[in-house]
Design a protein around this ligand. Structure first.
Ligand code: OXT
Ligand code: ADP
Ligand code: MG
Length: 579
């Protein structure tokens, strides 16, 4: 039997994991308890950590990922072995794809049984499975290595290009004991986890020379720029140079969308017309048509336009991934942008020449035309309510509450919200990201509310909501200030498809008509509202923001209003056969 005195001097795997996380300033765990990590969740709570317990690991993982994006600290997702681990894996892969720092910590079964494939409880070689789907993967076998394991996971997640990291903790590790003093010494407080990466002087000069030669320059801000938290310098770069800019979806609000230099409403004009483009934390992937093709003024989809690119990115390998990058500027965005600003100051001083007036005038013309067209559409009040009349309300609500965080997923519900709802502050718009993935909704809402304490508004397609809808219970349980608005058009894209086979089943894209998602929220004690008019939607949203009560508004949208796949119809293969 151990005496009290002896047990005080010992520590164990459970406590070392918690101590290592806390030592590194990590105070929140998103997860789902079960063998072998149940006690870890309890003890973490006992040790003062916030433990947010979900109904499905994918949502906990999405929460961890977006917490990482918002805070630059790796978000922690904690799961059980095999199935729990696999449920968390989609979000780990999604975090890596989006360059969000997160650590998926999963308990795992007994190594000697798993490795001999003898059929253990929840048997799976998790480390091997995780490896290709994340930035780094580690396993800890001895309690004395927990400190190193967590330190390596933190560094891998946040240094360089951020991403997802997997940390495998076998069940036996948690109960392993060691002397408390030795345990404490084994922990590592990571010094400078995401070291600045200063760009080379000649690279800055090269970029500057190219920029000076531009007749029709354009700045493209991506979510890497939002992540970098270099807001003031980015704004200074835009305003000092006078160059028009285009924000990618999650970079909206880095400068207010109402900024006179925003070219968002003239997107299809500026991309092919620009001659020099500065990419700041944005990849030339599918969302930018790979930097070529008709979007960029090329003749066919493989044809390059005439643009020259300056690319600011922390990953050297990103350069030339799709088209030639004439001036790669490799480093962290904060350092690169401030170096560019300093170079502009020292070479041009106050005499920096703003872009030619005819370029700015042409953009303004196109922009004003689109804004006027949009204003006209938004002024209409059709019955039934459509995307535009509903989003006109959301637009006003965000304008009145610029600190609120907007989570957005769906197809039409996503695309219309992105172009209609202006954002005013950085990192306030969280959406489907690089993969266009459904299911991020409630996880992102929960993390956003937990991390920021600000009200969260989610604009959700009815299909999109279904992927994480059960987490409304979690929202109610933690009494989070989240207002979920479901744009209910009875299905995926539209509610009007028919069964081509003529049978009794509805078409694959159609849901139960007139579903009352609001009742789901009421089941858990939240506020449910059924809104069929813009006025009803406005009242309900204003009340949700005022009360900070968990609210779900079932906003009924004209089921004929959407288009197949929203704005990306061209990516949707169509059969050439008539039947
Ligand atoms: O310049 P032009 O004239 O072209 O005009 C542009 C701008 O200049 C202008 N604009 C403005 N005008 C006026 N004022 C302002 N402020 C303004 N701002 C812009 O507007 C136009 C458009 O601008 P935009 O959007 O910037 O330009 P464009 O050309 O569209 O940009 C291209 C892209 C590629 C950058 C952009 O389109 C984009 O970001 N797209 C993202 C698309 C995306 O990710 N979609 C989600 C995936 S779709 C599909 O995959 C879905 N699934 C399958 C599925 C998924 N995804 N995941 C999983 C796990 N399983 C399955 C499913 C199931 S969607 C989906 C559910 C859908 O159903 P829901 O019920 O949820 O949703 P509903 O559709 O609502 O029913
Ligand atoms: P978007 O979808 O908004 O276009 P992407 O996810 O494609 O943005 O691009 C983000 C880019 O930002 C990635 O290439 C990533 O390497 C880069 N990045 C992320 N954080 C930083 C940082 N702190 N400094 C420099 N680059 C960064
Ligand atoms: Mg829908």
């Amino acid at each position: 039997m151990t005496t009290d005195a002896q047990s005080q001097e010992m520590t164990d795997g459970f406590h070392l994991v918690i101590d290592a996380l806390k030592l590194n300033g990590i105070d929140t765990i998103f997860g789902l308890p079960g063998i072998p990590i149940t006690d870890l969740t309890r003890k973490a709570q006992a040790e003062g950590m916030r433990v947010i317990s979900f109904r499905h690991e994918q949502n906990a993982g999405n929460a961890a990922a977006i917490a990482g994006f918002m805070t630059q600290k790796p978000g922690i997702c904690l799961t059980v072995s095999a199935p729990g681990f696999l449920n968390g894996l989609t979000s780990l892969a999604n975090a890596t794809t989006n360059c969000f720092p997160m650590i998926l910590i999963s308990g795992s079964s007994e190594r000697e049984i798993v490795d001999l494939q003898q059929g253990d409880y929840e048997e799976m070689d998790q480390l091997a499975i995780a490896k290709p789907l994340c930035k780094a993967a580690f396993r800890v076998l001895h309690a004395g290595d927990i400190g190193v394991g967590i330190a390596r996971a933190i560094r891998a997640a946040v240094s360089g290009r951020p991403g997802g990291v997997y940390l495998d903790l076998p069940a036996k590790l948690f109960a392993q004991t060691m002397e408390a003093e030795a345990g404490k010494k084994s922990l590592i407080k990571v010094v400078d986890p995401a070291p600045r990466q200063i760009p080379a002087r000649d690279a800055v000069q090269r970029a500057l020379e190219l920029l000076k030669s531009a007749k029709r320059p354009l700045i493209l801000l991506g979510k890497g720029a939002a992540y970098a938290q270099a807001d003031a310098d980015i704004r200074a770069l835009v305003e000092k140079t006078g160059i028009p800019y285009l924000p990618m979806a999650m970079a909206k609000g880095l400068l207010p969308d109402t900024h006179e230099q925003s070219a968002a409403a003239a997107r299809s004009f500026v991309l092919p017309e620009a001659d020099v483009v500065i990419l700041v934390g944005a990849r030339l992937n599918w969302l930018l048509s790979h930097g070529k093709g008709k979007t960029w003024g090329g003749k066919d989809h493989k044809d390059w336009g005439g643009q020259k690119f300056i690319q600011i990115d922390i990953s050297p390998q990103e350069m030339d991934s799709n088209v030639r990058i004439d001036a790669p500027l490799v480093g962290d965005i904060g350092s690169c942008v401030s170096a560019l600003l300093a170079a502009i100051d020292s070479t041009a001083g106050s005499s920096w020449t703003k872009p030619p007036a005819d370029w700015l005038r042409a953009i303004a013309e196109r922009k004003n035309k689109n804004l006027a067209k949009m204003a006209e559409t938004l002024a209409k009040d059709p019955t039934p309510m459509n995307y535009h009349s509903a989003l006109n309300v959301v637009r006003d609500i965000i304008k009145a509450n610029p600190d609120a965080i907007l989570v957005n997923e769906g197809a039409n519900a996503l695309d219309f919200t992105r172009s209609i709802v202006d954002m005013y502050k950085p990192r306030k718009r969280l959406d489907v990201g690089t993969w266009g993935i459904m299911g991020i909704g409630m996880g992102y809402c929960i993390a956003a509310a937990v991390v920021s304490g600000q009200p969260v508004i989610a604009i959700e397609g009815d299909s999109a909501f279904g992927f994480s809808g059960m987490e409304v219970e979690t929202i109610c349980r933690y009494n989070l200030p989240v207002c979920v608005v479901i744009f209910n058009n009875n299905g995926v894209y539209r509610g009007t498809d028919v069964n081509l086979g003529g049978g009794q089943d509805v078409a694959p894209t159609v849901f139960v008509k007139g579903a009352r998602y609001d009742k789901l929220m009421e089941a858990f004690g939240g506020v449910g509202v059924h809104a069929t008019t813009p006025a009803g939607l406005r009242n309900a949203m204003e009340e949700a923001i005022r009360s900070r009560k968990p609210t779900l508004i079932n906003a009924v949208i004209d089921e004929t209003a959407g288009t197949e796949s929203g704005r990306i119809t061209s990516l949707n293969p169509q059969s050439a056969r008539k039947k």
